[in-house]
Design a protein. Structure first.
Length: 308
Protein backbone atom coordinates (compact mmCIF):
# COMPACT_ATOMS: atom_id res chain seq x y z
CA UNK A 1 0.00 0.00 0.00
CA UNK A 2 1.53 3.31 -1.05
CA UNK A 3 1.46 6.63 0.78
CA UNK A 4 -1.68 7.92 -0.94
CA UNK A 5 -3.59 4.73 -0.14
CA UNK A 6 -2.36 4.80 3.46
CA UNK A 7 -3.38 8.40 3.92
CA UNK A 8 -6.83 7.93 2.38
CA UNK A 9 -7.74 4.79 4.30
CA UNK A 10 -6.42 6.26 7.57
CA UNK A 11 -8.62 9.31 7.02
CA UNK A 12 -11.64 7.17 6.14
CA UNK A 13 -11.10 5.01 9.21
CA UNK A 14 -10.79 8.07 11.46
CA UNK A 15 -14.00 9.60 10.08
CA UNK A 16 -15.81 6.27 10.49
CA UNK A 17 -14.98 6.19 14.22
CA UNK A 18 -16.97 9.33 15.00
CA UNK A 19 -20.65 10.11 15.11
CA UNK A 20 -22.03 13.05 13.18
CA UNK A 21 -21.93 15.42 16.17
CA UNK A 22 -18.35 14.54 17.02
CA UNK A 23 -17.36 15.12 13.39
CA UNK A 24 -19.04 18.53 13.56
CA UNK A 25 -17.10 19.51 16.68
CA UNK A 26 -13.80 18.37 15.21
CA UNK A 27 -14.39 20.38 12.02
CA UNK A 28 -15.42 23.37 14.14
CA UNK A 29 -12.21 23.16 16.16
CA UNK A 30 -10.13 23.02 12.98
CA UNK A 31 -12.04 26.03 11.59
CA UNK A 32 -11.62 28.04 14.81
CA UNK A 33 -7.85 27.45 14.69
CA UNK A 34 -7.53 29.10 11.27
CA UNK A 35 -6.31 32.66 10.96
CA UNK A 36 -9.08 35.24 11.12
CA UNK A 37 -8.58 36.33 7.51
CA UNK A 38 -8.83 32.76 6.25
CA UNK A 39 -12.01 32.14 8.26
CA UNK A 40 -13.54 35.27 6.78
CA UNK A 41 -12.51 34.38 3.23
CA UNK A 42 -14.12 30.95 3.55
CA UNK A 43 -17.32 32.34 5.06
CA UNK A 44 -17.60 35.03 2.38
CA UNK A 45 -17.10 32.43 -0.35
CA UNK A 46 -19.67 29.94 1.01
CA UNK A 47 -22.25 32.67 1.59
CA UNK A 48 -21.75 34.22 -1.85
CA UNK A 49 -22.60 31.06 -3.76
CA UNK A 50 -24.88 29.25 -1.33
CA UNK A 51 -24.14 25.75 -2.61
CA UNK A 52 -22.77 24.27 0.61
CA UNK A 53 -24.69 26.05 3.38
CA UNK A 54 -24.16 29.32 5.24
CA UNK A 55 -21.21 30.11 7.49
CA UNK A 56 -21.64 33.19 9.68
CA UNK A 57 -19.70 32.78 12.93
CA UNK A 58 -20.65 36.24 14.23
CA UNK A 59 -24.27 35.08 14.31
CA UNK A 60 -23.40 31.51 15.31
CA UNK A 61 -24.49 30.09 11.96
CA UNK A 62 -22.38 27.02 11.07
CA UNK A 63 -24.66 25.32 8.56
CA UNK A 64 -21.80 24.66 6.11
CA UNK A 65 -19.88 22.74 8.78
CA UNK A 66 -23.00 20.86 9.90
CA UNK A 67 -23.65 19.73 6.33
CA UNK A 68 -20.02 18.67 5.84
CA UNK A 69 -20.18 16.58 9.02
CA UNK A 70 -23.41 14.99 7.83
CA UNK A 71 -21.96 14.19 4.40
CA UNK A 72 -18.83 12.61 5.88
CA UNK A 73 -20.78 10.63 8.47
CA UNK A 74 -23.38 9.26 6.06
CA UNK A 75 -21.23 8.70 2.98
CA UNK A 76 -17.65 7.87 3.88
CA UNK A 77 -18.26 4.34 2.51
CA UNK A 78 -19.50 5.89 -0.75
CA UNK A 79 -16.38 8.05 -0.96
CA UNK A 80 -14.30 4.91 -0.39
CA UNK A 81 -16.18 3.21 -3.25
CA UNK A 82 -15.26 6.11 -5.53
CA UNK A 83 -11.63 6.01 -4.36
CA UNK A 84 -11.39 2.35 -5.30
CA UNK A 85 -12.86 3.02 -8.75
CA UNK A 86 -10.47 5.86 -9.61
CA UNK A 87 -7.92 4.78 -12.20
CA UNK A 88 -4.84 6.84 -11.38
CA UNK A 89 -3.13 8.20 -8.29
CA UNK A 90 -3.54 11.81 -9.40
CA UNK A 91 -7.27 11.17 -9.05
CA UNK A 92 -6.94 9.29 -5.77
CA UNK A 93 -4.84 12.04 -4.25
CA UNK A 94 -7.39 14.59 -5.45
CA UNK A 95 -10.21 12.81 -3.62
CA UNK A 96 -8.07 12.46 -0.50
CA UNK A 97 -7.18 16.16 -0.71
CA UNK A 98 -10.84 17.20 -0.95
CA UNK A 99 -11.94 15.11 2.03
CA UNK A 100 -8.92 16.13 4.09
CA UNK A 101 -9.77 19.74 3.33
CA UNK A 102 -13.38 19.22 4.42
CA UNK A 103 -12.40 17.52 7.67
CA UNK A 104 -9.12 19.21 8.65
CA UNK A 105 -8.89 22.40 6.55
CA UNK A 106 -5.82 20.76 5.04
CA UNK A 107 -4.60 23.31 2.51
CA UNK A 108 -1.23 21.66 1.93
CA UNK A 109 -2.58 18.51 0.25
CA UNK A 110 -5.14 20.46 -1.79
CA UNK A 111 -2.33 22.71 -3.05
CA UNK A 112 -0.33 19.61 -4.04
CA UNK A 113 -3.30 18.09 -5.90
CA UNK A 114 -4.27 21.21 -7.84
CA UNK A 115 -3.84 20.77 -11.61
CA UNK A 116 -2.32 23.47 -13.81
CA UNK A 117 -1.03 21.52 -16.81
CA UNK A 118 -4.15 21.35 -19.01
CA UNK A 119 -7.29 23.40 -19.66
CA UNK A 120 -10.43 22.59 -17.69
CA UNK A 121 -11.94 19.27 -18.85
CA UNK A 122 -9.31 18.56 -21.51
CA UNK A 123 -6.61 16.50 -19.86
CA UNK A 124 -4.72 15.47 -22.98
CA UNK A 125 -3.42 12.31 -21.33
CA UNK A 126 -7.00 11.11 -20.90
CA UNK A 127 -9.43 12.81 -23.27
CA UNK A 128 -8.81 11.86 -26.89
CA UNK A 129 -10.94 13.28 -29.68
CA UNK A 130 -11.59 12.59 -33.35
CA UNK A 131 -13.26 14.31 -36.34
CA UNK A 132 -16.48 12.39 -35.66
CA UNK A 133 -17.17 13.89 -32.22
CA UNK A 134 -20.75 14.94 -31.46
CA UNK A 135 -20.57 17.06 -28.34
CA UNK A 136 -23.20 18.37 -25.90
CA UNK A 137 -21.90 21.35 -23.92
CA UNK A 138 -24.27 21.85 -20.98
CA UNK A 139 -23.66 25.23 -19.44
CA UNK A 140 -21.89 26.57 -22.52
CA UNK A 141 -21.74 30.09 -20.98
CA UNK A 142 -19.98 32.42 -23.45
CA UNK A 143 -18.34 29.64 -25.46
CA UNK A 144 -15.22 29.27 -23.34
CA UNK A 145 -15.33 25.46 -23.28
CA UNK A 146 -15.95 25.17 -27.02
CA UNK A 147 -13.07 27.50 -27.80
CA UNK A 148 -10.85 25.56 -25.41
CA UNK A 149 -11.85 22.31 -27.11
CA UNK A 150 -11.02 23.70 -30.56
CA UNK A 151 -7.74 25.17 -29.32
CA UNK A 152 -6.72 21.81 -27.86
CA UNK A 153 -7.92 19.47 -30.59
CA UNK A 154 -8.32 21.59 -33.72
CA UNK A 155 -11.15 22.99 -35.82
CA UNK A 156 -11.60 19.70 -37.68
CA UNK A 157 -11.92 17.55 -34.57
CA UNK A 158 -15.70 17.49 -34.31
CA UNK A 159 -18.77 16.74 -36.38
CA UNK A 160 -21.27 18.84 -34.41
CA UNK A 161 -21.50 20.71 -31.09
CA UNK A 162 -24.74 21.37 -29.21
CA UNK A 163 -24.45 24.35 -26.86
CA UNK A 164 -27.02 24.76 -24.06
CA UNK A 165 -27.29 27.96 -22.01
CA UNK A 166 -30.11 29.29 -19.79
CA UNK A 167 -29.35 33.04 -19.44
CA UNK A 168 -30.58 35.05 -22.42
CA UNK A 169 -27.94 37.79 -22.22
CA UNK A 170 -25.18 35.19 -21.94
CA UNK A 171 -26.73 33.20 -24.78
CA UNK A 172 -26.39 36.24 -27.06
CA UNK A 173 -22.68 36.48 -26.21
CA UNK A 174 -22.30 32.74 -26.74
CA UNK A 175 -23.68 32.99 -30.27
CA UNK A 176 -21.55 36.02 -31.06
CA UNK A 177 -18.35 34.44 -29.74
CA UNK A 178 -18.85 31.23 -31.74
CA UNK A 179 -20.39 32.65 -34.91
CA UNK A 180 -17.24 31.98 -36.92
CA UNK A 181 -17.27 28.24 -36.20
CA UNK A 182 -19.10 25.60 -38.23
CA UNK A 183 -21.73 23.06 -37.20
CA UNK A 184 -22.69 24.49 -33.83
CA UNK A 185 -26.29 24.22 -32.61
CA UNK A 186 -27.37 26.83 -30.07
CA UNK A 187 -30.11 25.93 -27.59
CA UNK A 188 -31.55 28.50 -25.16
CA UNK A 189 -32.72 25.71 -22.86
CA UNK A 190 -31.99 24.00 -19.60
CA UNK A 191 -31.16 20.30 -19.55
CA UNK A 192 -32.68 18.02 -16.93
CA UNK A 193 -34.52 14.75 -16.40
CA UNK A 194 -37.85 15.72 -18.00
CA UNK A 195 -39.38 18.14 -20.48
CA UNK A 196 -41.00 21.22 -19.00
CA UNK A 197 -40.50 24.80 -17.86
CA UNK A 198 -38.43 26.10 -14.96
CA UNK A 199 -37.25 29.57 -13.96
CA UNK A 200 -33.98 31.44 -13.94
CA UNK A 201 -32.36 32.02 -10.56
CA UNK A 202 -29.70 34.72 -10.82
CA UNK A 203 -26.66 34.18 -8.63
CA UNK A 204 -24.79 36.74 -6.54
CA UNK A 205 -21.69 34.98 -7.82
CA UNK A 206 -22.29 36.19 -11.38
CA UNK A 207 -24.10 34.96 -14.48
CA UNK A 208 -21.86 31.89 -14.81
CA UNK A 209 -23.46 30.62 -11.58
CA UNK A 210 -27.09 31.21 -12.62
CA UNK A 211 -29.25 28.16 -12.08
CA UNK A 212 -32.75 26.75 -12.51
CA UNK A 213 -35.48 26.91 -9.89
CA UNK A 214 -39.13 25.94 -9.70
CA UNK A 215 -40.31 29.53 -9.28
CA UNK A 216 -38.93 33.01 -9.61
CA UNK A 217 -37.37 34.72 -12.62
CA UNK A 218 -37.67 34.36 -16.37
CA UNK A 219 -39.26 31.10 -17.58
CA UNK A 220 -36.77 28.70 -19.19
CA UNK A 221 -37.73 25.67 -21.32
CA UNK A 222 -36.10 22.50 -20.04
CA UNK A 223 -35.40 19.40 -22.11
CA UNK A 224 -33.50 16.13 -21.80
CA UNK A 225 -30.56 15.08 -23.93
CA UNK A 226 -32.35 11.84 -24.78
CA UNK A 227 -35.26 13.83 -26.22
CA UNK A 228 -33.38 16.78 -27.70
CA UNK A 229 -30.43 15.13 -29.47
CA UNK A 230 -31.40 12.29 -31.79
CA UNK A 231 -27.92 11.40 -33.08
CA UNK A 232 -25.36 9.50 -30.99
CA UNK A 233 -23.31 11.63 -28.62
CA UNK A 234 -19.60 11.04 -28.12
CA UNK A 235 -18.90 13.66 -25.43
CA UNK A 236 -21.02 15.37 -22.78
CA UNK A 237 -19.63 18.23 -20.72
CA UNK A 238 -21.79 19.58 -17.88
CA UNK A 239 -21.21 22.50 -15.53
CA UNK A 240 -24.77 23.48 -14.64
CA UNK A 241 -24.68 24.59 -11.02
CA UNK A 242 -25.96 21.50 -9.27
CA UNK A 243 -28.29 20.28 -12.03
CA UNK A 244 -25.78 17.70 -13.28
CA UNK A 245 -27.58 14.74 -11.66
CA UNK A 246 -30.84 15.60 -13.41
CA UNK A 247 -29.06 16.08 -16.73
CA UNK A 248 -27.46 12.65 -16.38
CA UNK A 249 -30.82 11.06 -15.56
CA UNK A 250 -32.18 12.60 -18.76
CA UNK A 251 -29.28 11.21 -20.81
CA UNK A 252 -29.42 7.56 -19.72
CA UNK A 253 -30.14 6.28 -23.24
CA UNK A 254 -27.17 8.15 -24.67
CA UNK A 255 -24.94 6.90 -21.86
CA UNK A 256 -26.08 3.30 -22.21
CA UNK A 257 -26.11 3.19 -26.02
CA UNK A 258 -23.35 5.64 -27.06
CA UNK A 259 -20.91 5.48 -24.11
CA UNK A 260 -19.94 9.16 -24.52
CA UNK A 261 -16.99 10.65 -22.73
CA UNK A 262 -18.37 12.45 -19.66
CA UNK A 263 -16.72 15.61 -18.32
CA UNK A 264 -18.79 16.62 -15.32
CA UNK A 265 -18.55 19.21 -12.56
CA UNK A 266 -18.95 17.47 -9.20
CA UNK A 267 -18.52 20.28 -6.66
CA UNK A 268 -21.81 22.20 -6.47
CA UNK A 269 -22.96 20.33 -3.36
CA UNK A 270 -21.65 17.73 -0.91
CA UNK A 271 -22.97 14.64 -2.71
CA UNK A 272 -22.13 14.93 -6.41
CA UNK A 273 -18.59 13.76 -5.77
CA UNK A 274 -19.82 10.27 -4.86
CA UNK A 275 -23.35 10.17 -6.25
CA UNK A 276 -22.61 11.06 -9.87
CA UNK A 277 -20.06 8.24 -10.32
CA UNK A 278 -22.60 5.82 -8.82
CA UNK A 279 -25.31 7.10 -11.17
CA UNK A 280 -23.05 6.53 -14.17
CA UNK A 281 -22.02 3.09 -12.94
CA UNK A 282 -25.67 2.07 -12.53
CA UNK A 283 -26.31 2.82 -16.22
CA UNK A 284 -23.03 1.52 -17.65
CA UNK A 285 -20.60 -0.26 -15.35
CA UNK A 286 -17.61 -0.19 -17.69
CA UNK A 287 -16.75 3.50 -17.28
CA UNK A 288 -13.31 4.41 -15.94
CA UNK A 289 -13.24 7.34 -13.50
CA UNK A 290 -10.71 10.14 -13.00
CA UNK A 291 -10.77 13.36 -10.94
CA UNK A 292 -9.04 16.70 -11.57
CA UNK A 293 -9.43 20.07 -9.85
CA UNK A 294 -8.15 23.59 -10.56
CA UNK A 295 -9.43 26.03 -7.91
CA UNK A 296 -8.05 27.67 -4.76
CA UNK A 297 -6.55 25.20 -2.27
CA UNK A 298 -8.53 26.92 0.51
CA UNK A 299 -11.65 25.12 -0.68
CA UNK A 300 -11.37 22.83 -3.72
CA UNK A 301 -13.97 23.58 -6.37
CA UNK A 302 -13.80 23.31 -10.17
CA UNK A 303 -13.61 19.55 -9.59
CA UNK A 304 -14.15 17.59 -12.79
CA UNK A 305 -15.11 13.93 -12.97
CA UNK A 306 -13.76 12.47 -16.20
CA UNK A 307 -15.61 9.24 -17.06
CA UNK A 308 -14.30 7.32 -20.09
Amino acid sequence: MNVIDRNFYALAEEISRYGERELYYRIRIAYDLLQEGTRKSLADFFNKFGYWGRLDPANRVFEEIELKAQALHEHIDDFAWVYERLRDYRSKKTLYAVLSNWFRYDFITSAEAKENMFDDYFDLDLVKCSPGEVIADLGAFTGDTVRSYIRNYGENCYKRIYCYEITESVFARLKENLRGYRDIEFRLKGVGDSEGVMYLSESAGGSSANSLTREGGAPIPVTTLDDDVTEPLTLIKADIEGYEQKALAGAEKHIANDHPKLLLSVYHNNEDLWKIPKMIDSVSDDYKFYLRYKSSPLYPTEITLIAL
